[in-house]
Design a protein around this ligand. Structure first.
Ligand code: SF4
Length: 120
């Protein structure tokens, strides 16, 4: 499995996770600071406006942040495929049963750059 493809997107994801971790720690002492976590999630989450054109209509999609790491295609092979010319993943079939829905959810949660959305 290829992970990374250049270290910058991975560093961004890891750094953002660090910031969110710090935020949750500070939230313990200041319960009103949760808005920072929400802001960070909004910055890194997939954006349906940037959906890859091959992604079929429906709940799940891949946006233009994909770094072609292969995780989603291995986790949910019935739903994600690689766009060979562009070097990115897209949703070619929305989940049609509980197993596929679970796999798509796992792929979304595991995507290192938050390129998978579920609000399509
Ligand atoms: S959508 Fe995410 S998990 Fe799938 S190949 Fe792209 S970066 Fe990897």
């Amino acid at each position: 499995m290829f992970v990374g493809g250049g270290s910058q997107p991975m560093q961004v994801a890891v750094r953002t996770a660090d910031l969110m971790s710090q935020d949750s720690e500070s939230s313990t002492s200041n319960p009103g600071s949760g808005s920072r976590t929400q802001e960070l999630k909004e910055i890194i989450m997939a954006d349906v406006a940037n959906k890859q054109p091959e992604s079929v209509d429906g709940k799940f999609y891949v946006d233009d942040q994909c770094i072609d790491c292969d995780l989603c295609r291995e986790t949910a092979p019935e739903n994600f495929k690689r766009q060979e010319d562009g070097g990115y993943s897209y949703v070619y079939k929305q989940p049609e049963n509980d197993d596929e829905a679970t796999q798509c959810q796992e792929a979304m949660e595991g995507c290192p750059v938050e390129a998978i959305g579920e609000d399509g």
